[in-house]
Structure formats: C-alpha cells, structure tokens
Write a protein of this length. Sequence first.
Length: 488
Amino acid sequence: MEKIRVKQMRFIDSAGRERILNGMNIDDKLLDQKEFRYKLDEDFFKKYKEKGFDIIRLAVTWQNLEPEMGKYNESYLKSLDGIFALAEEYGVYILLDMHQDIYSANGGKCVGDGAPEWAAITDGAKPRMPIFVWADGYFFGRWVHNAFDHFWNNDFYRGVGLQDRYCELWKMLARRYGESPALFGFDLMNEPFPGSMSKRMFARLIGGVAKTVATHEKIDRKKMLRAAVNRDTRLLLDCIGGDVIRDAVKGVDGLSAEFDKKKYSPFLNKTTAAIREITKNGIIMIEQSYLCNSGIKQSVPPITVNGKREELQCFGPHSYDFSVDTPLYQYANSSRVKAFFDEMRNTQLRLEVPVIVGEWGGCSDNTDTSWFPHAYELLDYFDEKHWGQMYWDYHGDDLDSPLMEMLCRTHPVAVAGEIKSYSYNRATDVFTLSYTSDNEGESIIYVHKPFTADGVDFKVIEQYTSGASLIAVKTGAGENTIKLSIRS
C-alpha cells in the first residue's frame, strides 16, 4: 500500500499523487466487548472495495481497550489485529478513532461511551439515561461536566493522571499498529467536550439564537408564525437557514477559543508527543469540539511537538443538521449544514492542513432514501472543496442497502498532479476531473457503473461483478481533463 502523507492542504501518496479517500465509520461503542462488534472478514473487505471505499474510521473506546487500569484487553486487540491484516490485503486504510460520547457509559448507567468507569470521576453526580435524545447529558449532565473537567485537568486516579493514562493507551496502539501499511492515522478523541464551561456556552448559544430569530433582517417572522400556526415543521425549521446561522452562534466563539487554546490544544500536543515517542507514522487528526459541529468557530492552533509543528496532521470536521438524532431529520436543511462546513473550511485555511470529513450523514435508517437530495448536496460540496469523506455510519449490512445508491459513486482515488476540480453530474451521468501535472503520470479513478471514455487512454485495474471498476488513466504534463460518461 502507498503510504499517505501530507503536502500543504493535500494528502499525497509515495508516488506524489493527490489522494481523495472515501469510506465509512465503523464503530464499536458497546460495553464489555471481547472482540470488535462487527465481523470485518474477507467477504466484507471484498465488497467494501467493490463499492469504491478505501478508508475506515475505526471507532474504538477506551472502555473496551483498558477495562481495568493498566490491563489491556488482549482478545479485543487480537480482533483489531485481524482487521488491520485484512485491510492491508485489500488496500483499505484505517483511521483509529478513540471514540467518546458524553465521556463514558459509566458501567451502563447512561447511554454514553468512551472512558472506562474507573476513569470517570463524577464527584458523586449520578449518571442517568437520556430524557430527550442521547446527547442531553452534554446539556444537563453534571456527571458529564465533572468527568471532563477532571480529564482536562489531568487529575489523578490511583496516583496517575487521567491524560497520562490516556497517552499510555495511545502509545500501546502506536506500538501495535504504527508499522502497519494499512495505518492512515490517529484520531485522538471524538468530538471533545469542554466540560463545565459548556454551561456558559449553551447560555450564549440559546441567547444568540433567540436574538437572531427576534431581530435578524433575513428572518421572515410572518412566515415563521404561519408555519407555527399551521404546525408546518419543515417550513418552521427552514426559516433559520444557512444565511443566518453563523450570526446566531458567533457569540460562543470567544468561549470556544478559550477551551481550544487552554485545554484542547495542550491535550493534542501531549498525546501526539506520546505517539511520536513510538512511531513517526500515521497522520494525526484534529477534530473540533462537539459544540463546533454547529458552526461555532474553532480556534485550536496546529499541533506542535517539542515546539515544532507536527508534519503529519490533518483536520477531520464533523457536522450534521441540528435536527439529527430526532424524527425531524427528514427535514434536514442543506444550507445550514453547508454553512457549518463553511466555518470548518475557514479552520482548514487557517491551519493549512488537508481535510477528510470525519462524520456526516447520520440517517438512523440506512434504508431511507427520502433524504438523499440533502446528502447529494453535501457530497457535491465535499467534491468542490476536494475533501474526502467518511459517512456515519455502518450498521452491519449496509453494503447491500439502498444507502449504496448514494455513497457508491464515481470519484478520483489518486490524481497524478494537483486537482483543479472534479464533479459527478447526476443529471447527465458525466464525471469530469481536471488537474495540472508537471510530468506524465497515471491517475486512478473509481467508476461505479459501466462507462465510455472517448479519447481517454485508460486500462482497467480491477473489474467488479456489479459493473463498477477501478481504472488507471495516463496523461501528460500540463493541463489535463478527463471525462467519463456513465451508462445507467
């Protein structure tokens, strides 16, 4: 497998080609696992490649890796060994994600996941099950706030700092997988949460939304009232579109910056330094805090180790419409989500790193096609920004589900030059890729159906029974444009 590295705001392989990676999140957030929850065997990887996927964000938890302090779960790790071995065989990259949601499951007392119960210091606050949605512990859970505060402060458990134990966990994983050809990188913490300071952040967020609804010149309050009277939920939600959402949330930017600079950035630097003690391989992924998923500005600086900028780092933004995890998700508004991602684009430009979208999508039923127009808009947005993506998430049988009608699509894999643009026009079934190259080269494209390519010098690398194929296209130095006509 080609080793993926970073060159300014692009991922490149050892042949110098720009890489666009596409895949899915596959998570294990269950408690007390002896092995990874899904059977990712040869049949899985064969089908995964046939669908055009070449990366997995493999979400594991501290609770399953180190259920007892200092004792790692060897049977679980052996199951991960098998996944890495097959990923290498089939040319699929692995991004190891240390996942958490509301910090911990606290031994099953709440719906969270992440830290083992021994590492969740709640100061006596009692975990509970959600009242509204799974995430309400972030809003109202004192046990969540306390646990995060203790983690960010590196407070001791049995004489050892919590972050210090966390770094040891990452060092163990770096020893085990740092030399694997399948390793893409390390996602140090899923959607870090600020802890108790979030109470001030939520207060400002609610105030900002209320003020925007009451006073913003782009809000049609007559339309909003009419929607409320008629109980037209979709119309009501659409009254707050992408053109006003940043104004509604920007009041939280200052507090978000305080968390990013005082808590999150030192954590990133410390954990990266621990990994780099073991291996120089693997791209380190920066995320944004849970609150920044909704367009609040992120202010974390680039990762540094011993005062020097880390060479292999990228940004992995997440975003969903604020109706996610509710029955209202069928009314997801693409303009809002694209506005969230616009703010994340600003973060990319500030950090000067490449992006692969760490999470998006979030439809709870992967057989539902009604929301595909929303999804197509976001995929087109990612293509416009030259961002790869990892869909949230895999449910165990999705490679044969209607979801593939949306995710399985023609896209560049490795481009022998610097990409100018690429797109797949669903109305005309035409894929177009334009790039500039200093030399002759061979680009790789995944094509999801049979196609014609007049005037294109190509060869088929892999032909799949579905009619999809992986092709190599030879082009010369200078400006190059490749057009493929997809046959339905």
